[in-house]
Design a protein around this ligand. Structure first.
Ligand SMILES: CC(C)(COP(=O)(O)OP(=O)(O)OC[C@H]1O[C@@H](n2cnc3c(N)ncnc32)[C@H](O)[C@@H]1OP(=O)(O)O)[C@@H](O)C(=O)NCCC(=O)NCCS
Length: 136
């Protein structure tokens, strides 16, 4: 929660929502640990479904820029593949070019926008999709 609150100052998940995500049978959460938690990421996939969603990904500020975010994302994509998903979706703030750059470099493309989705900041959501059949 410390990383969550620091990473998403205006729209962090409350603790109960994070706990519900971790308890859900429909997801897989992974954690990078070295002398404490450095980052985490989660995927939602319903059994038998053809698609998955990246629910969240965050790396502690002091551990960013060292490849941890990419490793976490790749692990989620691998999980989606193992569960026979064909596509992975996510939403990212339009004012978050760092995350968008990471997603694009792993094969995600923008497929739409949701105007003013992030409140109270009034920031659009960029909807992105990764077609797992198109990348090796
Ligand atoms: C997005 C986030 C998870 C990336 O984690 P990270 O460990 O720093 O990322 P990596 O070191 O693996 O870098 C992966 C790519 O991200 C982008 N990136 C990372 N740091 C960047 C920076 N300072 N400026 C621009 N792009 C950057 C680059 O595309 C980079 O690829 P490259 O190294 O080949 O150039 C991290 O910045 C974070 O936790 N941000 C706050 C939470 C957040 O915005 N989560 C996403 C919500 S949708």
């Amino acid at each position: 929660m410390a990383i969550e609150n620091a990473s998403f100052p205006t729209d962090a998940w409350p603790e109960y929502a994070m706990a519900a995500e971790l308890a859900s049978p429909h997801g897989r959460y992974i954690v990078d640990e070295e002398d404490g938690i450095r980052g985490y990421a989660g995927l939602r996939h319903l059994a038998g479904g053809a698609d998955s969603d990246v629910q969240t990904i965050a790396v502690a500020a002091e551990a960013r820029g060292q490849g941890l975010g990419r490793r976490l994302l790749r692990e989620l994509l691998e999980t989606a593949r193992e569960r026979n998903a064909r596509e992975v979706f996510l939403e990212v703030r339009a004012d978050n070019p760092v995350a968008q750059g990471l997603y694009e470099s792993e094969g995600f493309v923008e497929i739409g926008r949701r105007a003013r989705y992030y409140q109270p900041d009034d920031v659009d959501a960029v909807i992105m999709k990764c077609d797992l059949r198109r990348i090796a």
